[in-house]
Design a protein. Sequence first.
Length: 274
Amino acid sequence: MLIYPDIDPVAIDVGFLQIRWYGISYVAGILLAWWLLRVRSTKLYEIWSPDQVADLIFYATVGIILGGRLGSVLFYNLPYYLEHPLGVFKIWEGGMSFHGGLIGVLIAIWWFGHRQKIGFFNVSDFLTPVVPVGLLLGRIANFINGELWGRPTDLPWGMVFPDPRAGGLPRHPSQLYEALLEGVVLFAVLWWFSSRPRPVMAVSGLFLLLYGIFRGLAELVREPDRQVGFLAGDWLTMGMLLSAPMIVFGILLLYPAWRRRQVSGSAAVEPRID
């Protein structure tokens, strides 16, 4: 059993103001994504001005916050918020859903593309390679908060999380599994893949496919949210249910993307500068 590094979730405390690692992870993820998109816009034959990149980050940030919060409310704890509607606005108390945030970002991409007259998948293919950066930092913040832990395990890297609701049992550090899969591995694959000629929609499809698979694997050892529990047996969780359509849509995007490439050669491919 490994010793859980009990890190104070509050990074900075000046009495009247507390800044938590969770909030820092969001800000750092957005800033890093902004910088990486600026790098992409200068190294690829993609017509993205600095102002367009900044606007896209702004729209995506709004989508993340609104979609992530509403997704958490609707998918994971609707009965509570029906009784306490003002709690919806207490974002500082936690409660953000990736799948809700994804829906919010998709709406933001559509709106941004409409205003800029850029195709939806041209925008999503440009943005998705940097999404894992935020996922990585967010999962690390979950670990620091000692939340969203895994199921009990007797493996040597099991950890006892300080929250009494964890039962004092060694558990999978599933937050770190997700940080590795959804953050490090997914970023490496998407950044490499998107830096090469590829059909439009392929990057977006690959993101959906891989995230759905990685999240599904992590859910096998992650303790389901207490207020939701298992949806079927002792294996099906809300995270699995919400990730399954991502796998399906990822395949549905990848297949026509590569089929179109085979038919039209490089017409649907975005070249890059080495």
